[in-house]
Design a protein around this ligand. Structure first.
Ligand SMILES: *[C@@H]1O[C@H](CO)[C@@H](O)[C@H](O)[C@H]1NC(C)=O
Ligand SMILES: *[C@@H]1O[C@H](CO)[C@@H](O)[C@H](O)[C@H]1NC(C)=O
Ligand SMILES: *[C@@H]1O[C@H](CO)[C@@H](O)[C@H](O)[C@H]1NC(C)=O
Length: 457
């Protein structure tokens, strides 16, 4: 373990083998694996690539031996996983580039466990709050499921981790992880804070979003590997399609309105947004449309293609039940993103800056603000060898694919990592000092307030 931390410049962990450090390293690898796909264009001038997603060169997987999915030998779930995939990662290139800013939040999200450490007991206590547990031992993944996930969120998330194991074989440390796949935040601070010195430490639970009041550790949501139920491709393919789609109409030639399409029933704020739509009485420069997934499923998703939704100069982001997976697709359109003040964050959104990446919209005066915007343009430091839970099953690409059918299988083939990475990931930047976080939050608040004063004037 030690040498890996040194290779990646995490000298702070020298001499220390703790599970918090291991978890930080794991999340870091997950983010690094997605980094090459993160070049969402930035509103107005440059691209996200320069601002926060300093993407290294495109994925170089050519001239490498590829290991495609081969299920011809898989007849049942107790099937042995094949072992022909490389077990070590031999990068040809090293990189000294520092990872984008949002990587720094990894330290923040795991800070809670730095002193208390992650104990077997904390993991056990977390089980009732989660959908599955994933254990990695010697580069192999084992899964124990506790309760069903909505649609195939669990399968897609497990698939994502299997791809990580393929991208950096031999580098993903032994881990014991809990995942929650629902919408709502799961581990609330109020249940642990101020409960006295002998209060149990909160369980470390990975989830797709977080909020101020929660301790959920943010992890890329399942859609990065595709959302088969509603025909949304894995992010890499989806981004390529959106890039093509957004080139069809230049920004100046797009409809000069703020566009939103989605399911309003999941949040009161979304229902409220419908009031800003064009009517006989008002034109707030807003054009909103209801997404009827039932109808789309029956009609081959002709009206819900995200690559065909870069037609307006402004696109509205508004949270659903909590965070919304739509954020990245909206930002990718290269329109101006009008963001109704979010309460939740995903793994990259805390590094978005108002008036640089989005235009802030107040929750209360949505119509007015939208109109204005459009008008203006671990551990007790013990060795931690997870034990494979007795009921956990080994998973690999082949067993995962065996379970699935139809579009999801197609998406798995698309999103599969076919050979190990040929380069080291970027270098993890150090944690924020708590003062720096406050300074940055204050600065964002100040910009937002300034925009609000323009709107009221
Ligand atoms: C898939 O695996 C089987 C059995 O190991 C092998 O005979 C076959 O050639 C493989 N197919 C591909 C396309 O690699
Ligand atoms: C599963 O497949 C393996 C290999 O083909 C075979 O040895 C085993 O008996 C099968 N198990 C069941 C339950 O069918
Ligand atoms: C909003 O207005 C447009 C244009 O009149 C209309 O086509 C659309 O259906 C309306 N959206 C909703 C959710 O009513």
């Amino acid at each position: 373990m030690l040498n890996i931390f040194m290779v990646f410049g995490l000298s702070a962990f020298k001499g220390l083998v703790s599970t918090t450090a291991t978890l930080i390293f794991f999340v870091f690898l997950v983010f690094a694996a997605l980094l090459n796909w993160m070049d969402i264009p930035m509103i107005w001038e440059t691209s996200f690539g320069q601002a926060i997603f300093t993407s290294p060169s495109a994925r170089i997987h050519h001239e490498m031996i590829e290991y495609p999915l081969n299920c011809s030998n898989v007849h049942n779930l107790t099937q042995k996983c094949p072992d022909d995939y490389p077990s070590v990662f031999e990068p040809e290139e090293s990189t000294t580039a520092t990872c984008p800013d949002y990587f720094r939040w990894i330290h923040q999200d795991l800070k809670q466990w730095k002193s208390s450490g992650i104990t077997e007991d904390a993991i056990e206590r977390g089980i009732p709050s989660t959908n599955f547990r994933l254990v990695i031992v010697n580069g192999n993944a084992y899964v124990e499921k506790y309760r069903p996930a909505f649609q195939t969120r669990d399968e897609s998330t497990i698939w994502g981790i299997l791809q990580l194991l393929r991208l950096y074989p031999g580098r993903v440390p032994d881990l014991d992880l809990l995942f929650f796949t629902g919408d709502r935040t799961r581990i609330m601070k109020r249940e642990y804070k101020g409960k006295g010195p002998n209060a149990p430490s909160p369980p470390p639970v990975f989830h797709y979003c977080g909020e101020k009041a929660a301790l959920d550790i943010v992890f890329p949501d399942w859609t990065f590997w595709g959302w088969a139920e509603v025909n949304i491709m894995p992010w890499e393919q989806m981004l390529m399609a959106i890039k093509k789609g957004r080139e069809k109409i230049k920004w100046e030639e797009r409809e000069p309105y703020a566009f939103w399409k989605g399911n309003p029933r999941v949040a009161a704020d979304r229902v409220d947004l419908l009031k800003c739509n064009l009517s006989d009485k008002n034109d707030w420069n807003v054009r909103v449309y209801k997404q009827d997934w039932g109808k789309e499923i029956g009609h081959g998703f002709q009206q819900s293609k995200l690559e065909d939704q870069c037609t307006h100069r402004y696109k509205i982001y508004i949270e659903g039940a909590t965070w919304s997976v739509s954020e990245k697709y909206i930002l990718a359109c290269d329109s101006v993103t009008l963001m109704v003040k979010p309460r939740y964050y995903d793994f990259f959104s805390r590094s978005l800056v108002p008036m640089r990446h989005f235009w802030p919209i107040h929750r209360k005066n949505k119509c007015r603000d939208l109109k204005f915007a459009v008008d203006s343009g671990n551990g007790h430091t013990r060795e931690f060898k997870p034990t494979i839970p007795p009921k956990a099953q080994r998973v690999c690409d082949e067993t995962a694919a065996f379970l699935e059918k139809g579009l999801w299988t197609e998406f798995m083939v698309q999103s599969m990592v076919k050979s190990p990475s040929d380069k080291l990931p970027c270098t993890l930047p150090p944690p924020y000092e708590s003062r720096a976080i406050q300074v940055s939050l204050n600065a964002k608040e100040k910009i937002t307030k300034l925009v609000e004063t323009w709107e009221t004037e």
